[in-house]
Design a binder for this molecule. Sequence first.
Ligand code: AMP
Ligand code: TRP
Length: 337
Amino acid sequence: MADAPEKKVILSGIQPTGTFTLGNYIGAVRNWGPLQEQYRCLYFIADQHAITVRIEPAQLRQKTLEAYAQLLACGIDLDKSLVFIQSHIPTHSQLAWVLNCSTQFGELSRMTQFKDKSRKHPDDINAGLFDYPVLMAADILIYQADLVPVGIDQMQHLELARNIANRFNGRYGETLKVPEGYMPPIGAKVMSLQDPTKKMSKSDTNPNAVILILDDKDTIIRKFKRAVTDSEMEIVYREGKDGINNLLTIYSVVTGKSIDDAVREFDGKGYGDFKLAVGEAVADHLEPVRSEYARLIQDKAYLKECYTRCAGEALKMSYRTLNKVYKKVGFVPTELR
Ligand code: AMP
Ligand code: TRP
């Protein structure tokens, strides 16, 4: 019998900079669980990316573990996927160095996230912040990933990773797989509840703008009740109705109903009833995530066993690419790896 074809590789990362928002969940993490049936999935906590802005060491440690437990609580199954911590796998940064030498200063200068973050932290425009997309490219290319599920805000970085891979292959011969992006068909950009023209972000200073996946039911409902909408009265999905569009999108994702069905369901109802219904649906949907998280975060020994085993397997996979790359660029081979 012929060997079964190897499963395609999916890879994604998330920064441990705070509790995941409903945006992270809908735009990214929620979609990762169902993918593990069809693909070889690798997911990791990008702690090395997190130090490109200042973060207290104790906080980083704590948040990394919390993020790890949140990923497991969101339905990622370690029998099917590897979930690990970026800094446990030294090969990502080793490949990043080589890729730096196939990346132009000009292209990194054009990254909108670099420009945004430089504006936000004018006193700490460090080289890591500038080089961040190259490490991200290495994260992806070291596993020869086929697909990278991310929200819209990371698409520019993914495009850069593709360009770097193509350039490397052009210079040294076919070595790195050129990955494709994978955006969720709906919910690739969940908007702030207080300013629906802006994306919902962990770093928003207004807590009412953001739903955290670990918020309790009352908090979730209260935040939705205060959601900014518009001065009309119609619950329809239409250009210009950013607030309502966002609520309809969220409702559709957490209930599994189409937007059209949701619009029909709320036909003739007021914004107050609608917001309450969205709040309740989100709270009910997130309840199992919250209780599973509460259980996992108590069990540090189990978490350690999981991230250690996964890192071991990921490291092995990653060496295959690193060794190829080192050979292609002309580094003298060593028995040490
Ligand atoms: P970050 O919080 O920036 O580390 O993002 C982690 C993942 O969540 C990335 O794939 C982002 O594209 C995605 N993401 C973050 N915020 C949102 C949002 N408001 N809507 C949809 N996806 C998001
Ligand atoms: N840069 C991503 C973010 O801030 C996180 C990330 C790091 C990532 N490396 C990655 C995402 C590789 C996908 C693939 O959201």
